[in-house]
Design a protein around this ligand. Structure first.
Ligand SMILES: Cc1cc2nc3c(=O)[nH]c(=O)nc-3n(C[C@H](O)[C@H](O)[C@H](O)COP(=O)(O)O)c2cc1C
Length: 199
């Protein structure tokens, strides 16, 4: 690991600074972007994890704490849960902290395909409907899906840039996973995305 990460009491993790090198032109990344369903055993170190989460939906400007992905009405309702072998964490972008939400290995619970339990990281995109002020139920579902998809594409581009492997997934056992992550009824699992290195 090239940067130090601090571990808080209660098991939360203060992420190291993101690493913006090496940068590649976005058009080159778009040519490389693809889904992968085969993952090797290599772990993701904390600096890479910090950069990945920043690329996904981190704070990219001082102006009102704007994010790397757009969101409808600037609701910022998508919360990223990072499910690792050692536990599940909620990404707090402004604080750059991973808050521990569940101990133990929940990776297999994030999907139904055989690679989800063995790849090092499964991201789960959760929409907090409570943040979607004045939206109808139909609008909440529609915009949450759109907003999560933009975050997923950011992760695809990050993976293309760093030689990592990823696939976004609609196949999620939401009924089983939601209580395991401690979600309340206003928090809805939209998509998941597996991330790792190629075999
Ligand atoms: C909303 C959405 C849901 C998806 N769900 C799954 C899934 O559950 N499992 C899976 O293996 N791939 C899933 N995919 C990946 C697609 O199968 C993949 O993007 C498509 O085959 C095109 O391949 P490419 O990404 O390499 O261009 C999903 C993609 C999207 C956009």
């Amino acid at each position: 690991m090239s940067a130090r990460a601090e571990t808080h009491e209660f098991g939360s993790i203060a992420l190291p600074a993101a690493n913006w090198e090496p940068a590649r032109p976005v058009l080159e990344l778009l040519r490389m972007r693809h889904s992968s369903r085969e993952f090797g055993p290599r772990e993701i170190d904390q600096r890479a994890l910090a950069t990945l989460l920043w690329a996904a939906f981190g704070v990219n400007r001082d102006d009102r704490g704007g994010r790397t992905a757009p969101s409808a009405h600037d609701w910022r309702e998508i919360e990223i849960y990072a499910v690792l072998a050692r536990g599940a964490y909620r990404y707090d972008a402004p604080a750059s902290v991973l808050h521990l939400v569940a101990t133990g290995d929940l990776r297999a619970m994030t999907g139904v395909q055989n690679f989800v339990g063995s790849a090092p990281l499964d991201l789960v995109y959760v929409a907090d409907f409570a943040k979607m002020i004045d939206a109808t139920p139909e609008q909440r579902t529609f915009y949450a899906a759109a907003d999560a998809a933009v975050v997923a594409q950011n992760v695809y581009l990050f993976c293309a840039c760093t030689g990592m492997a990823t696939v976004v997934r609609g196949l999620v056992d939401r009924r089983r996973l939601a209580p395991a992550l401690g979600l309340d009824p206003k928090q809805r699992i939209v998509l998941a995305q597996t991330v790792g290195y190629p075999p």
